[in-house]
Design a protein around this ligand. Structure first.
Ligand code: SAM
Length: 239
């Protein structure tokens, strides 16, 4: 029996009360559910993409292959360097922090401005890393220029040309002699011994030696006087 037959068989009283214009409540519910799902999908996608579109930094996201970080950290380890605090300035999906944690750093910290990447790194950490790796790692959603790296024994950067000078100056101001700095692809400007010996402030760049240079990964070892920064390092050590 089709709908028209069914309606024609209804008693007259019911036919009089029948509202032919009333929308079908079942299809209404389906429409509302579909609308909510479509709205949530669009809003969710926009929220995930927004940090990439309205970024406050000239530095986009590009990943360093995990094995290159691993090889560089293994090199540092072979130098007898104490695996203390590792900091990745601009930690992206968190892969470098993961490698440092796996290789035994007592604390590995990722600092990331992009909320979506920060959330992705946290997701990986919380759901895919072991309890021990989780306990030795931290991700922070903030500007790396506001994060003090004095406590770091190893710092990693993957910057772009306009950021390399300010990054070099930041590391020079904050890091101790003996700190290792990994820089992927882009050169960190470093002060020459002559500039440093002049001591007239003509160069604020990092005073360091390149000790490793393979597959676009460079490691700098900071030189100079440690004494002024040691007290600060104690104070800032992140628990
Ligand atoms: C080239 S990616 C490197 C990602 C990761 N370190 C790696 O090597 O795979 C640079 C990262 O720095 C982040 N970034 C850019 N400017 C930043 C800032 N001022 N503070 C914190 N993170 C920043 C970007 O969102 C991006 O994830």
């Amino acid at each position: 029996m089709n709908d028209e037959d069914a309606i024609s068989r209804l008693p007259q009283a019911q036919l009089d009360a029948y509202d032919y214009d009333a929308p079908n409540s079942g299809s209404n519910r389906r429409l509302r559910t579909a609308g909510i799902m479509a709205g949530t999908t669009v809003f969710g996608t926009l929220a995930l993409i927004a940090p990439f579109v309205v970024s406050r930094s000239p530095l986009p996201y590009m990943a360093t292959p995990g094995y290159k970080v691993q090889r560089a950290l293994q090199y540092i380890s072979r130098q007898g360097h104490l695996r203390g605090v590792f900091v990745d300035l601009g930690s992206g999906d968190g892969e470098a922090v993961y490698q440092a944690t796996r290789l035994g750093y007592s604390r590995a910290i990722g600092v990331e401005l992009n909320w979506t990447l920060y959330a992705l790194a946290q997701f990986r950490r919380l759901f895919f890393w072991s309890r021990d790796e989780r306990s030795r790692s931290t991700f922070l959603c903030r500007n790396f220029f506001d994060f003090d790296v004095s406590a770091a024994d190893t710092v990693m950067v993957f910057g772009v040309t306009p950021l390399m000078k300010p990054l070099s100056e930041k590391i020079a101001r904050e890091c101790n002699a003996g700190t290792y700095v990994l820089s992927y692809r882009f050169l960190l400007p470093i002060a020459t011994r002559l500039e440093r010996d002049k001591g007239d402030g003509s160069s604020d760049a990092l005073y360091a030696n390149v000790v490793y240079d393979e597959e676009e990964m460079r490691i700098y070892k900071c030189l100079g006087d440690t004494s002024t920064k040691d007290a600060k390092k104690e104070e800032l050590f992140i628990k």
